[in-house]
Design a binder for this molecule. Structure first.
Ligand code: SAM
Length: 439
């Protein structure tokens, strides 16, 4: 496999290709690197770069320097699959490495075009790039480290370069769960012992422990990754054990009224149905409804009795399944007490609001790790009327940002907001398909 690298700093690649497994792959002829110094294409006393056109500063490598280097390499080694580097390119992830490993194996010649300064003239990329790769959402000085990272990630996937392909296939980010914790000898180090199960010789028990630990580490540290997979039923079950219990409450008391005072609102049967169905989908353990008004409580009781005990139970079991998680309460404090009774600890309370709330700690829909680190059940608080009154907000630990789109219309129904919030916090949004052996 011929790998051309165009760079302003070819000396960076000498140790890289002489060391470790890549050194061995070069020696055995599995890969042949050709490091092309871009300065070689510049006539004496001429500059390699020119200023960016238009206002602003910065220099770029001249298009002709890159074009003649690329053409020259292709004349020598044949047409290449050409990879450019840019922070705006396709982000490197393990699935992208897998894709690139396939591409490397299908092409006799792969070319990595690195640059420095302000990047590459857009026309050169348009004319030559088969792919543009980013190492991540940050800006480095140049494309050499991204090129090396790409090579390390891709070449280890090509059979024959790393000793055991099985160990490669089982690593983090090859599937939905990251790798489990691993240990070597001695069995005790600085007072810390290797988990006993690993020394038991019981392969079944070791496998279960490893899967469980992998799921724990993934839920705690890589929830975004986990939920980007189409998870099997079994994987969901294993992962769920490490997600704390979540609850929701819809306040019909202590909410703001039109005149800005705090008061009560009427219950809405549609909210009861729809939020309980959303809640059931995202495994919200209970959806509490808070109203202190006896006539309102009677409406809720009639509806719940119909679906849980009455005709509704026979008529639609799915609806029963959802509605049976609804609990009617007279006050917000009763909700927290009930959760504490069920879970053994008070909930971590997260307010939701259509408005910015200045006083409370702001969290985002990416803060599961921070919230779950409290090791407490989580309670989402939804308001009715004109939103939660200050006396409820004072009992919340944090607030989520308003749900919004690219408009200034800010009037979602609470049942829609609840669905969106559950999904943003706990939803699966598959980008990757599960592997056969992960089912
Ligand atoms: C300073 S950067 C240019 C940044 C460019 N003006 C921008 O804002 O998108 C110079 C070169 O470094 C490389 N580079 C920097 N950060 C990178 C990243 N995150 N991924 C891949 N290449 C990167 C690219 O080759 C890029 O053209």
């Amino acid at each position: 496999m011929n790998i051309s690298i165009l760079s302003l700093f070819p000396e960076l690649y000498q140790p890289f290709f002489a060391t470790s497994l890549l050194g061995r792959a070069c020696q055995s002829g599995k890969i042949t690197p050709y490091i092309k110094n871009l300065f070689d294409g510049v006539e004496p006393k001429k500059r390699i770069d020119a200023p960016v056109v238009g206002p602003g500063r910065g220099m770029m490598i001249k298009p002709d320097v890159l074009a003649s280097a690329i053409d020259g390499q292709q004349e020598c080694l044949g047409s290449a699959y050409k990879i450019f580097f840019s922070p705006q390119g396709r982000k490197l992830t393990q699935p992208v490495f897998r894709e690139l490993a396939d591409i490397f194996q299908k092409h006799e010649h792969v070319m990595l075009v690195t640059s420095r300064y302000e990047g590459i003239d857009a026309r050169v990329e348009q004319a030559y790039a088969d792919d543009t790769i980013s190492l991540g959402d940050f800006v480095l000085l140049g494309g050499d480290i991204p090129a090396m990272a790409l090579l390390e990630g891709v070449l280890r996937l090509i059979p024959g370069i790393v000793g055991s392909q099985e160990s490669v296939d089982r690593e983090s980010f090859e599937g939905s769960f990251v790798d489990y914790p691993q240990y070597t000898l001695p069995t005790e180090w600085r007072g810390m012992k290797i988990p006993e199960v690993l020394l038991s010789g019981n392969h079944g028990a070791i496998d279960s422990w490893r899967t469980d630990q992998a799921a724990r580490k993934t839920v705690e540290g890589h929830f975004e990754w986990l939920r980007s997979w189409a998870l099997s039923k079994n994987q969901k079950e294993i992962a769920k054990k490490h997600i704390p219990s979540h609850y929701a409450v819809l306040m019909h008391d202590q909410v703001l009224l039109k005149d800005g005072s705090s008061g009560t609102t009427s219950v809405t049967t549609m909210d009861i149905h729809d939020i309980s169905r959303s809640g059931r989908t995202y495994d919200i353990k209970n959806y509490f409804l808070v109203t202190p008004l006896v006539d309102q409580q009677n409406i809720v009781k009639t509806l719940l009795d119909f679906w849980v005990k009455g005709e509704g139970f026979e008529y639609n079991r799915h609806r029963y399944d959802a509605v049976s998680r609804v609990r009617l309460m007279g006050a917000f404090d009763d909700v927290c007490r009930e959760i504490a009774r069920q879970e053994g600890s008070e909930p971590y309370v997260i307010a939701t609001s259509a408005k910015e709330q200045g006083e409370l700690e702001k969290i985002t829909f990416f803060d599961q790790k921070k919230v779950w680190a409290h090791k407490r059940p989580v309670l989402f608080v939804f308001g009715t009327g004109h939103g939660l009154a200050p006396e409820v907000l004072a009992k919340c630990h944090a607030v989520l940002p308003p749900v919004e789109g690219f408009t200034d219309f800010n009037h979602l129904s609470v049942r829609t907001a609840a669905g969106i919030i559950f999904d943003r916090w706990l939803g699966i949004n598959p980008r990757y398909a599960f592997r056969q052996d992960e089912k």
